[in-house]
Design a protein around this ligand. Structure first.
Ligand code: SF4
Length: 921
């Protein structure tokens, strides 16, 4: 692949790669003088959301300092266009308050006191603990908990080499619900829309296109609009994306699935359905059989329309609080767009509501009806537009199952019940010997953060806690080790994302190490070249695994030995060299064309387009074989098992489902105790209008969005991003403000079931009446007097105290403001707020099917009370446990439900899938 092909939209002034070793340009800061500076340019990958956009670091040849970070125009996903968070990497790198050395706790856990230690001591201590746990058969007591993932499959390999069941993630506070809805249809758990070719795009995405995966999607949505496509955005707020839409849909929170069924109704009624696609690719016979109907396809067509006849625009409008005309118009537009209908749901309704997963399922129903699946301008499954190359060794699956990760009550949970970890620990369901949190800040990010404080404070529940993070976070206060890991320019990772109808890989690189090695310097570990002794996880896990099994007797070491030097520890260079030489189709040839090895090519370019224009992968023909073909039912079997679909006179691969077709009806839901949810339906949310008492000022709080310049917990060490976004007032409609008697800027008390917070009001017509909204990712804090903290661009000093055995009051004692540091700009901070922390006041609400935390909260919103202060947070953890028990009772556990005494259906995905034996109860 040459650069001209990769460069789909040229940025005329960007340095061409052949000049990246020595690039000269004028120093902007020296203006109006013309001062030339010379740079080495090194490509890497952004680490500030999961989209993995390409970046290029400009390293000043004179002082060796990274002067700026810009987008890489040759990156197939981002094409040189980045959001503000990409270039802000430079702030993170030069943050004067960075933690530069590994730290070890002194004094009791939670005292906030740490001292510098060495990487050797860290590796020896943690390696010995993990080895002991493994040798003693405590293989569920080692846990790795990831916030921001940054590498496809790396840690899963490490954990499975150790033989532990210990992968935990943040996914059930993020996307698990939508993933279940998509999985039930196609086996792919995420959508990959082809926005730029869509005639009509419908987004239910409070994060994706306004903050997460932001840039690669946002630029293609606008490309689609520029080509004449239309855009509809469903969001309770007038988000940035909604403001660009042709339609803004703000239904009552929790009714989105019904709105989507309304669109399906219009499409069916108007006969805008692509019946040829449905006939060939949907398992419509299973649907008919489940409803005890016989008949042919024509009968199914009539029956399906009759089944959704109830979802008339009038009915939908009444329940959802929309105009019937709007439902009718959007439904028709989707139908007329046909296979060029692109759609996406992330967070938003899926993450907010009980039954939120059903919104994703109903959205996919609409796509299926119009044949917009993996089509040009339609929506593909994520697995077809993401490429994860295999590493040099694959350990066997572990034989154990941790009920702290996948408790039996949620057998269909798409990911770990991560946010319930403290509740499960405090319920006596297990303990953790060694716990790693990785770029993860559960005390601040998760609901019910005070429960995390209590669990992490208890050394009986968590024996040792190591924080792996590029920056200080609230959770680090309750750690035994704080281990500094690199930013985007300080680490290796390999990533691919479903940004559009193509597959690519992106290579994150430690910039200073790359340059040192180019100059012929010998480097053993990346931390030797990074600021201080900041390391990277890839090498840390190799070194730690070597300490866990130094002599190879546990069978672990073999997975960390070089494929090129028998018996010796693998280097990170060898790890990637093997992947690039053996697992990426087309890369060795492309490299050879430029006279490079595959590794040299990736070091030079930082990305590689594996395949462009990926569409209709389900139509790919099966390899020739001895198949049993049933042309009438459209099935292809091998040894009695369905392996494909017979369509268009050929044996085709179909979708990764049990039927190999799109599953309108789910036997899995029936088998596991949810027969009423076997087909696309609308589930009443926990914040449904019927469950609100408006006479008591009850409202719905939507907290599932963030301002687009925020990076989870890492915005706070970026001065530019904090200057852009430093408050998160409560959005309130003028009608509600008048009812409550507040005006712009007045203080509100927002009371949840377990506590309250105090914040200012922002009165706006950009939110639905009866609903309030508040961005999370703001309100960072540090306990006053702690010896170690950071991020004072945004953090407040707080007094965090217990006001009873179970209740906490957090009150800020110092506003954000100018501070002295090595960066003179810290003395110019003009803002005094860093926002208000709200997540701590949210009770846990695990969806009984998907296990997703249902973020929307039923709240009472009143004027602040006398004595309340801006930023106050109050929580009572006694109430937290009571709410947890209430939601636990809604679940339908494995054992009582399900098949064959299994913990979970074996055909559903599970992170770090254990052996079949471990699935047995
Ligand atoms: S969209 Fe994500 S990956 Fe891309 S520049 Fe922004 S933060 Fe970085």
């Amino acid at each position: 692949m040459d650069h001209a092909t990769l460069r789909t939209t040229p940025l005329e002034t960007f340095p061409p790669p052949e000049r990246w070793d020595d690039w000269e340009e004028l120093d902007a800061k020296a203006w109006p003088r013309r001062v030339a500076r010379r740079y080495s340019l090194v490509p890497t990958i952004c680490f500030n959301c999961e989209a993995a956009c390409g970046l290029v670091a400009y390293v000043d040849k004179q002082d060796g300092r990274i002067q700026k970070v810009e987008g890489n125009p040759y990156h197939p996903g981002s094409r040189g266009r980045n959001c503000a968070k990409g270039p802000a990497t430079i702030n993170q790198v030069h943050d004067p308050e960075r933690i530069l050395y590994p730290l070890k706790r002194v004094g009791p856990r939670g005292s906030g006191r740490f001292e510098r230690t060495t990487w050797d001591e860290v590796l020896q201590t943690l390696g010995a603990r993990i080895r002991k746990a493994i040798v003693e058969g405590r293989k569920t007591e080692v846990m790795y908990h990831v916030g921001r993932p940054g590498h496809d499959g790396y840690i899963e390999r490490v954990l499975q080499a150790w033989g532990v069941d210990g992968h935990n993630s943040h996914t059930n506070v993020c996307s698990a619900a939508a993933r279940l809805g998509y999985t039930l249809w196609s086996g792919h758990d995420r959508p990959s829309p082809d926005y730029e070719n869509a005639k009509f795009t419908l987004l239910l995405s409070s994060h994706l296109e306004t903050g997460h995966y932001f840039n690669p999607h946002a630029q293609r949505i606008i490309d689609g609009k520029m080509k004449g496509g239309k855009l509809a955005v469903c969001d309770i707020r007038l988000s940035n994306t909604a403001s660009m839409g042709d339609y803004w849909l703000a239904p009552r929170p929790g009714t989105e699935a019904l709105m989507l069924l309304g669109f399906a109704h219009v499409i069916l009624r108007e006969n805008l359905t692509d019946w040829t696609f449905v006939r060939d690719w949907v398992d419509w016979r299973a649907y008919q059989q489940a409803k005890k109907r016989g008949g042919d396809f024509a009968a199914f067509q009539r029956d399906l329309a009759a089944d959704y006849a109830f979802a008339t625009p009038t009915h939908v409008a009444a329940v959802c609080g929309l105009d019937a005309d709007l439902v009718e118009r959007v439904g028709r537009e989707i139908g007329l767009a046909g296979s060029a209908f692109a759609s996406h749901i992330w967070r938003n309704a899926a993450a907010g509501n009980e039954g939120g997963w059903a919104a994703a399922r109903c959205l996919q129903f609409v796509s299926v009806l119009v044949g917009a699946v993996a089509s040009i301008g339609g929506t593909a499954g994520s697995g077809t537009n993401k490429f994860v190359p295999a590493p040099f060794s694959k350990p066997r699956p572990q034989d154990v199952w941790s009920e702290l990760l996948y408790p039996r009550e949620w057998p269909l949970a798409h990911h770990e019940l991560s946010f319930l970890l403290p509740h499960l620990l405090k319920s006596g369901r297990g303990r953790i010997d060694t716990y790693f949190t990785r770029v993860y800040n559960p005390v601040w990010t998760n609901p019910d953060g005070a429960m995390w404080i209590e669990a992490l404070s208890d050394e009986q529940l968590v024996g040792c806690h190591a924080v792996l993070s590029p920056t200080w976070n609230e959770t680090a206060r309750w750690a035994d080790y704080v281990l500094p890991m690199g930013h985007a320019t300080e680490r290796h990772d390999l990533m691919s994302q479903e940004t559009h109808a193509a597959t690519w890989i992106g290579f994150r690189q430690p910039v200073h190490r790359v340059l040192a090695e180019r100059q012929g310097k010998k480097v053993t570990w990346t931390w030797e070249c990074n600021p201080g002794q900041v390391w990277e996880e890839d090498e840390f896990w190799i070194a730690l695994s070597w300490h866990v099994d130094p002599d190879g007797s546990l069978g672990i070491r073999q997975h960390f030995e070089s494929p090129y030097r028998k018996g010796e520890r693998i280097t990170i260079e060898e790890y990637y060299r093997w992947i690039f030489e053996n697992s990426v189709p087309g890369l060795p040839a492309a490299a050879a064309k430029e006279g490079q090895t595959p590794l040299e090519y990736m070091r030079r370019h930082g990305c590689f387009l594996v395949q462009d224009s990926v569409y209709k992968t389900h139509e790919a023909e099966l390899k020739p074989g001895d198949y049993e073909i049933d042309a009438e039912h459209g099935t292809v079997r091998e040894g009695g098992k369905i392996v494909g679909v017979y369509a268009g006179g050929k044996c085709r691969t179909g979708f990764p489902t049990q039927s190999r077709k799109l599953e309108l009806y789910s036997q899995t839901m029936v088998d596991w105790g949810w027969p009423e949810l076997s087909t696309p339906v609308y589930v009443k949310s926990h914040v449904d209008e019927s469950r609100l008492d408006r006479s008591k000022n009850e409202m719905v709080l939507v907290g599932t969005f963030r301002l687009p310049t925020l990076i989870h917990t890492r915005s706070a060490n970026s001065k530019w991003l904090t200057e852009l976004s430093n408050t998160n007032p409560v959005w309130m409609h003028p009608g509600d403000a008048a009812r409550i008697g507040v005006e712009m800027g007045d203080l509100l008390r927002v009371s949840t079931r377990i506590g309250y917070y105090v914040n200012a009001v922002w009165v706006t017509e950009g939110v639905r009446p009866g609903v309030v909204a508040c961005s999370h990712h703001m309100g960072r804090w540090t306990v006053k007097g702690d010896q170690v903290s950071g991020n004072h661009w945004q953090l407040h000093d707080v007094d965090l105290r217990k006001v009873s055995n179970t209740a906490y009051l957090m009150r800020r004692v110092k506003p954000t403001g100018a501070f002295a540091s090595a960066d003179k700009e810290s003395e110019k901070v003009w803002w005094s707020s860093g926002g208000v922390h709200q997540n701590m006041t949210f009770c846990v609400q695990p969806d009984p099917v998907s296990g997703m935390h249902c973020w929307h909260q039923k709240v009472v919103v009143t004027k602040a009370e006398p004595g309340d202060r801006y930023g106050d947070v109050f929580v009572d953890t006694a109430k937290s446990m009571a709410v947890f028990e209430e939601w636990l009772a809604k679940a339908r556990p494995a054992g009582k439900y399900g098949t064959g005494k299994l913990r979970r259906p074996q055909h559903l995905k599970r992170v770090c899938r254990p052996s079949d034996a471990a699935f047995q109860l």
